[in-house]
Ligand binder design. Structure first.
Ligand code: NAD
Length: 541
């Protein structure tokens, strides 16, 4: 077999298409959306490269049109989950020793399939089943997933190239082994890109994976699985199981071969998983890697020198794009009194101009929230705010679930900086504002730092470098992704590696080398060319 130190294509971010009226991409995605809306699909489990159908099923519907059925998915039994473990471990025998360039070829091909023939389909699936407008779908399910795949291939080669010093007498080599056992990938509903990346990044590094997508994202997860299969991911390397999350997790994490979890979702669920791993720790063959990116209570804090229009725009986009259902979405803002009147006017004007409805109508900036339980939870917080003293709703406040789960983008102004919606992650289009005295800048920064258990994203606005410097320092541990004069959402792979600390996760930075290190276990090999033959050192005389 011929050898070489192969170089992979240099990763560049996938350009975001415009979908402007009259553009070919707009026509194509709308045509695909309409076709997919009419068709009914079946989503089986994928185990050992085979489609598995079971007796228990559930239907999938668009959040903005919940009476319409898009298709059916099948729920795994305990036996199916055990089969997924067995098949993954069997597949590991060949996959773990597959030359890295072959793995790279598969995932680079997946990226190209998404960039070309699957682009309209993955976008339309995300628009339909997760209720994203075309721009939100494009930056997530097409561009971010493509970027994850391409950049991770490049990062993998950079990691493999990291080697220790050697001497003429001994050659030191590090082999980056996949983990022994299988990885469990658990993904959230809100980003198709995360759903694809969590199993793919571990598999790229030579691991085998059992993947459990969110029940609210299965429709686009099927497209991801189709892409993986067409790209050539071998049978058993990535297995997809759906159904009861607790049963699936209990079964997978009871296996002695469980070697790591790659999780994104809410903090409570992640803490339950961590606890379960702790309870089972004596049963495992290896200490499992625990990677989890979890909730947020992300902030925007403006200084009196900031530009009110820029602050209001960051609030409008940062809090309400994708209905506030981004882990990075701004949900608490701290605005100084002197600029509040202007910020409020611009923000309320913006919100009044938002149109809400289906993603198919491209004039809509706002679509539906993901499901009924999310809708009900958000409605109850809004109802409570209507009753509470010290709180005023200055925009939105209405909701309607007769056709879809629509919540009006809502802005609450509170006089209590520790009001419940300033502290709790709601995960929806509800933004709470606290107006502070201009001369309490430093005090307010400490308030921002201490108000929430989370530390995911945050943004500071100011035209004063001293004020910015103070914010950077005081808020050092308040956000894993910190923005200066920008909204706190929209991280791009390769540019802003993403993740937070405190209750927001293990901060292993998706879309960076740091994340890939978690899916390998280095083996140090020292080869001595001429072995010593006398134990005595010179100092012994
Ligand atoms: P979720 O916690 O409800 O679900 C996430 C995944 O966990 C799903 O696959 C779900 O089925 C599974 N799950 C639920 N109960 C489980 C259990 N008992 N055992 C094992 N798995 C279980 O979260 P969601 O509603 O899908 O997503 C929203 C949450 O995800 C928010 O809290 C958001 O902040 C967070 N999120 C964080 C990031 C980040 O990078 N930090 C990114 C996206 C989303």
């Amino acid at each position: 077999m011929g050898n070489g130190f192969f170089e992979v294509p240099i990763a560049v971010n996938e350009p975001v298409k415009s979908y402007a009226p009259g553009s070919p991409e707009r026509e194509e995605v709308l045509k695909t959306y309409k076709e997919m809306y009419k068709a009914k699909i079946d989503v089986p489990l994928f185990i050992n490269g085979k489609e598995v159908k079971t007796k228990e099923t559930a239907t999938m519907s668009p959040p903005h049109d919940h009476k319409h059925v898009l298709g059916t998915y099948y729920k795994a039994t305990k036996k199916n989950v055990e089969e997924a473990i067995e098949t993954a471990l069997e597949a590991r025998k060949k996959w773990a020793v597959m030359p890295w360039e072959q793995r790279a070829g598969i995932f680079l091909r997946a990226a190209e399939l998404l960039a070309g023939p699957y682009r309209a389909k993955i976008n339309a699936a995300t628009m339909l089943a997760q209720s994203k407008n075309i721009y939100q779908a494009e930056i997530d399910s097409a561009c971010e997933l493509i970027d994850f795949l391409r950049f991770n291939v490049q990062y993998m080669t950079e990691i493999y190239a990291e080697q220790p010093e050697s001497t003429s007498a001994a050659w030191n080599r590090i082999e980056y082994r996949p983990l022994e056992g299988f990885i469990y990938a658990i993904t959230p509903f809100n980003f198709t890109a995360i759903a694809g990346n969590l199993p793919a990044s571990a598999a790229l590094m030579g691991n085998v994976v059992v993947w459990k997508p969110s029940n609210a994202q299965i429709y686009s997860a099927k497209v991801i699985m189709d892409v993986f299969r067409e790209a050539g991911v071998p049978a058993g390397v990535i297995n997809m199981v759906m159904g009861d999350p607790a049963m699936i997790s209990d079964t997978l994490m009871a296996s002695p071969d469980f070697s790591g979890v790659h999780f994104t979702g809410s903090t409570g669920v992640f803490q339950g998983i961590w606890k379960k791993i702790g309870d089972n720790i004596k049963n495992y063959k290896t200490y499992p890697r625990i990677v989890g990116e979890t909730g947020g209570k992300d902030f925007i804090v403006a200084h009196k020198t900031s530009n009110p229009k820029q602050v209001a725009t960051a609030m409008a986009r940062g809090a309400f794009e994708y209905q506030g259902q981004k882990c990075s979405a701004a949900s608490r803002c701290y605005i100084p009194k002197s600029i509040w009147k202007d910020v409020k006017e611009y923000l309320v004007d913006d919100i009044r101009s938002f149109k809400m409805g289906t993603p198919e109508d491209m004039g809509n900036f706002i679509n539906a929230v993901i499901h009924e339980s999310s809708f009900d939870k958000l409605a109850s917080y809004i109802d409570q705010a209507k009753k509470d003293k010290n709180v005023e709703i200055i925009a939105g406040g209405n909701y309607d679930k007769s056709k879809g789960y629509f919540i009006e983008p809502t802005v609450i102004v509170t006089k209590d900086p520790k009001y419940t919606t300033m502290c709790t992650e709601l995960f929806g289009p509800v933004l709470t504002v606290y107006v502070y005295d201009d001369n309490k800048w430093e005090e307010t920064l400490h308030l921002v730092d201490e108000t929430s258990e989370y530390a995911l994203t945050g943004a500071v606005f100011s035209e004063d470098r001293y004020a910015l410097e103070e914010a950077v320092k005081i808020l050092e541990n308040a956000a894993g992704n910190f923005y200066i004069n920008d909204k706190p959402t929209g991280a791009v792979v390769g540019q802003q590696p993403f993740g937070g600390a405190r209750a927001s996760g293990t901060n292993d930075k998706a879309g960076s080398k740091q994340n890939l290190y978690r899916w390998i276990s280095p083996r140090m090999v020292k080869e001595t060319f001429v072995s010593p033959t006398d134990y005595r050192y010179p100092f012994l005389g």
